[in-house]
Design a protein. Sequence first.
Length: 248
Amino acid sequence: MSGDSLAPEAVEPLLTGRFGRPYAYAERCESTQTLIDRSGPEGAVAVAEEQTAGRGRLRRAWEAPRGSSILCSILLRPPPGPDLAQLSLVGGLAAAEAVEDALGLAAQIKWPNDVMVNRRKVAGVLAESREDVVVLGIGINVSQERTELPPATVAPASLRTVDGAAHERAPLLASLLARVEHNYDGWLDRGLDAIYDGLGSRDFLRGRTVTVDGATGEAVGISRAGALVVEVGGELRTIEAGEVTYKR
Ligand code: BT5
């Protein structure tokens, strides 16, 4: 969308809570995960129009044309012993809710970190921790045309390819930050129980045939601790982390 910017003057007036302050902004950076000042307060955010080395999990790349996406990292200071997979779900639920708001369509969460609409990935979440800090990275595809989306194992989509409309990014980012804050505060207070219903009703893998760690079975759901539960040969297996592939 022309004139659509994530510069501080466009976003800061829309912030409603403590997340997004301070707000670091770059036209271009390697990755917002490294742009962020790790000595900042909880809720500090880094946002960029373009990343030259945007990253996913396991050294994979996150690719997005300049100005097309929400590319943001949020600083969290959870109490000791944080469960990274749970924070990825906290971020994933917030991204799914923000996407649903923008589209007026249901979104799903493909455990542990993808947000799906119409079986395509519109957003990804990356939680990275070092010492006592967790940097929660969220990428949402907004205005890419179909040809601008990267080839990927999970078919990608943008808000535009889903509904054909132009979506302003600044209100979407403000809504995302408010939802991350809300879900994170709930998680601090009550753990995963705080977001369990929201996750369960958006569980993309439930009922699908999945393969994980070389074993194939049916995904049963997400456990109270945030793990994926898969039934393999009549036996329930709990997957704490890993790569899941699925059949349509
Ligand atoms: C993720 O990893 O989905 C986490 C992505 C997190 C990106 C944000 S952007 C802001 C912050 N700064 C960063 O540097 N990163 C975070 P993973 O599940 O590993 O998915 C990566 C895979 O998704 C790639 O190997 C591609 O196949 C595919 N992919 C890459 N770019 C994509 C895009 N724009 N849309 C959909 N899929 C994409």
